[in-house]
Design a protein around this ligand. Structure first.
Ligand SMILES: [Zn+2]
Length: 435
């Protein structure tokens, strides 16, 4: 293993690129994990002597290595497929510092203006707009002074509303309802409150948030025009252009077609005649992290054939969903069924096992599931809504966390009888945004 993933890659004589990599090797190691293949097998009772129980729970939830599988290998830790994706690496490095859950983020992206203006507001909100003050901080210039009036430090506040010409422009247009607060808040509050203010401007007959966005953008463009071309556009011109643009944005937003919702079956979906439905699901306890799976096989009339439950140990949701599919397939195969449709409500799991390159997936569970496809039966995979998978969900949730061997259920457990009956009433429909 140390050959595949050594603790250090430092060499006395190497290229600058190799030296840079070796300096950051520890960080790289933090981002990889092992994908188990054919190297050995679990001896859980022995582990229990060596490791604490929570470690054993982690080991137990991994698929027992298969001698016919490929060798162990190092894989990228943070993507579902364990393949390296630059975007995910970047997300990891910035550690979600862009805070996508901030309400302002949503407000900015919902504003019906071109994306470059949305980005402009986001940069201004984060205090990164390249005013002279910011450029001075970054060592790009010696003077933080306003390049238009030469009197004050050019902060974001100064550039967008406080410089004398700009201040005059705003005073001529602020809606009366905002008069008292407009200049007396910090720049972030100023952006937040104005881009969310949907009142119609009495003079222009346009939503204030769109007019505001257009004016701020044009003020910034005017400032740049002055710096680069020494042309200072008058306030009247900026206002006329901004109101025309705001009217255009307002017209566009009225004609935006609403997102359509296609109804999808929320309950029992019968497979074709002669085909069995294998419905599987997984549940992971939020408190302990222990996962369990459950599933059932029904014929095309909805009759119960067999069900199963199993506790897995500590693992994540995707791994557990894949376990549910694999264990369901093992059961269906052992029962001698020949045409089976696997139904899971995990889009990610269904996508992974249906992928053309699934046979070489970094996830051993995906590779094991693919092997089932190659057997002499007809197997298909289908994503269904969570609402349509309630009996399997209930089985997964009610699995005993201490029972690590699979429990098979020859008849419908009383605890899910009601859910099974509800399914039989025929498909109900739920709204789901699956466009
Ligand atoms: Zn100024």
């Amino acid at each position: 293993m140390s050959k595949l993933c050594p603790l250090s890659i430092k060499r006395p004589r190497c290229t600058p690129l190799w030296r840079a990599l070796s300096n950051h090797w520890d960080e790289i190691l933090d981002n990889v994990c092992w994908s188990l293949g054919n190297d050995g097998s679990w001896d859980v009772p022995l582990f229990s002597f060596i490791f604490p129980s929570w470690v054993v729970q982690h080991i137990r939830s991994n698929k027992c290595p298969d001698p016919s599988d490929r060798p162990d290998t190092c894989v990228w830790r943070w993507s579902p497929k364990h393949n390296f994706v630059t975007k995910l690496c970047y997300d990891r490095m910035i550690d979600n510092s862009h805070q996508p859950k901030l309400p302002i983020w949503k407000t900015i992206w919902n504003l019906q203006v071109p994306q470059r203006i949305q980005l402009f507001f986001w940069i201004a909100y984060k205090g990164r707009l390249l005013t002279n003050d910011e450029r001075c901080h970054r060592g790009m210039t010696d003077s933080p002074t306003c390049p238009v009036c030469f009197h004050h430090t050019e902060s974001i506040v100064h550039a967008l509303w406080d410089c004398h010409n700009t201040c005059t422009l705003w005073k001529s247009i602020i809606p009366p309802s905002l008069n008292n607060n407009f200049f007396h808040i910090n720049s972030n509050k100023w952006i937040e409150s104005n881009i969310a203010y949907n009142v119609i401007h009495p003079k222009f007959g346009l939503p204030w948030k769109l007019l505001f966005a257009a004016i701020v953008w044009q003020i910034w463009k005017r400032r740049n025009e002055f710096i680069f071309n020494r042309i200072l556009l008058p306030n009247e011109y900026v206002l006329r252009l901004s109101s025309n643009l705001a009217a255009f944005y307002a017209g566009n937003s009225q004609h935006t077609t609403p997102v359509t919702h296609r109804p999808i079956p929320a309950q029992w979906i019968a497979p074709h005649q002669g085909c069995l439905a294998l419905k599987v699901d997984a549940a992971v306890s939020q408190s302990s992290g222990i996962a369990a799976v459950g599933g059932l096989i029904r014929d095309n009339y909805g009759s119960w054939k067999i069900g199963f439950q199993k506790a897995l140990g500590i693992t994540d949701v995707l791994q557990a969903e894949l376990w549910a599919i694999l264990l369901g397939l093992q059961l269906a195969w052992a029962q001698g069924h020949e045409i089976v449709e696997v139904q899971s409500d995990s889009q990610q799991a269904i996508a992974l096992v249906s992928d053309n390159s699934a046979a070489s997936s970094s996830l051993s569970l995906v590779r094991a599931i693919v092997k089932f496809r190659q057997r002499g039966w007809m197997l298909s995979f289908k994503w269904i809504s969570r609402e349509g998978n309630q009996p399997a969900d209930a089985l997964a949730k009610s699995a005993n966390a201490l029972l690590h061997s699979m429990v098979t259920l020859d008849s419908v457990p009383t605890t899910i009888q009601e859910l099974i009956n509800k399914d039989r009433l025929g498909p109900l429909y739920c709204e789901s945004n699956i466009n």
